[in-house]
Design a protein around this ligand. Structure first.
Ligand SMILES: [Zn+2]
Length: 76
């Protein structure tokens, strides 16, 4: 079990949060499709796995992830 419901994945030119439960094993492979936390429907491309450049973190994903974590805390 993990306390991280999402993982960061480089896709579509940025770092987006993807659901942790729908893609095992992690990391997902090129060709995997999923919906990011910010609502983008994406398919991973081989270029997304190159580590030769920095990608900006998606602000929308980051904000929603934080909100999700805060919700989890208040429910306990
Ligand atoms: Zn995003």
């Amino acid at each position: 079990m993990t306390d991280r419901p999402f993982e960061w994945q480089a896709v579509d030119g940025g770092l987006h949060a993807i659901p942790n439960t729908t893609h095992r094993p992690y990391p997902p492979l090129p060709g995997a499709d999923f919906t990011t936390l910010c609502g983008l429907e994406v398919v991973l491309a081989p270029e997304d796995f190159r580590r030769d450049r920095l990608r900006p973190m998606c602000r929308d994903c980051h904000g929603k992830w934080r909100a999700h974590q805060d919700q989890g805390r208040t429910k306990r």
